[in-house]
Design a protein around this ligand. Structure first.
Ligand SMILES: Nc1ncnc2c1ncn2[C@@H]1O[C@H](COP(=O)(O)OP(=O)(O)OP(=O)(O)O)[C@@H](O)[C@H]1O
Length: 252
């Protein structure tokens, strides 16, 4: 029986006067991959960024509605945002390793949190790189710049960096769209392994990718959530004509 870990209700978001989300009710289950799909500009990334309050950084944004994360209100005034972003980590579209060694990239979050013990850091770096399925490729060059890796390797180092602080949920915003097909498939395989331990929410433009890896899929259109269901229902038997038109390529 799936356990709901994060639940939103009537989420509306405005950039200035422009309402980009019109009232989103969506639940996420623990140890599942949920894919957010929909045509460009429908609000997928905006919604994803609300989940760990990344939109707080943008001027003129107004957000209303409920965000319940394990019984806590994510937007409560006293919610520690640094702690929230540790619990709900994020990986971006463009691999964005810091200009430092592979080791220092992965250890970064722990050092910021005050961890200094070398053994603890070594272990966390190794475990995170293994979980991100990149350990074998980098174990002999941990002191080399992460910027010298390929795009796909950089993205897996970024996933390792997110994992090192022991998150609960990982948000990914089109994590493979800047990568070649081989690297994309490696990331997909990595995500399928990671869901044993983490809850994963990913925005993707790639419908085949959603069909391959997501347990549940949510279809957005012009700031509305049209439907969310088991991925096979969304692709084989959608409840709404808009969903069927989108997944059969009739628009978007
Ligand atoms: N910082 C911003 N300021 C103003 N409007 C924004 C901002 N970011 C996004 N928007 C607008 O909000 C709407 C939703 O954008 P969003 O990026 O969430 O869509 P998306 O579905 O993720 O699109 P894409 O698939 O192209 O990335 C769009 O109309 C976009 O122009």
């Amino acid at each position: 029986m799936a356990n709901t870990i994060l639940k939103t209700k009537d989420v509306k978001l405005k950039y200035g006067d422009f309402e980009a989300l019109h009232g989103i009710d969506l639940s996420f289950n623990e140890n599942e991959i949920t894919a957010l799909i929909g045509p460009s500009g429908c609000g997928k990334s905006t919604f994803l960024r609300c989940l760990n309050r990344m939109n707080d950084l943008i001027d003129g944004v107004t957000i209303t509605g409920e965000f319940d994360y394990r019984g806590k209100d994510v937007y409560a005034e006293d919610y520690d945002i640094v702690e929230l972003r540790k619990q709900i980590g994020m990986v971006f579209q463009q691999p964005n390793p810091f200009p430092m060694s592979i080791y220092d990239n992965v250890a970064y979050g722990l050092r910021v949190a005050g961890v200094r013990d070398k053994e603890t850091l070594d272990e966390a770096v190794q475990t995170s790189l293994k979980q991100a399925a990149i350990w074998d490729e980098v174990k002999d060059k941990l002191d080399k710049s992460a910027l010298a890796l390929s795009g796909g390797q950089q993205q897996r180092v970024c996933i390792a960096r997110a994992l090192a602080v022991s998150p609960d949920i990982i948000l990914l915003d089109e994590p493979t769209s800047a990568l070649d097909p081989h690297s994309s498939r490696q990331i997909e395989a990595t995500l399928l392994q990671l869901k044993e331990k983490y809850t994963i929410i990913t925005v993707t433009h790639n419908l085949q990718q959603a069909a391959r890896i997501a347990d549940r899929t949510a279809f957005f259109l012009q700031g509305d959530l049209i439907e969310a269901d088991d991925t096979k229902n969304i692709f084989m038997n959608p409840a709404h004509k808009e969903t069927s038109d989108f997944i059969t390529g009739r628009f978007g």
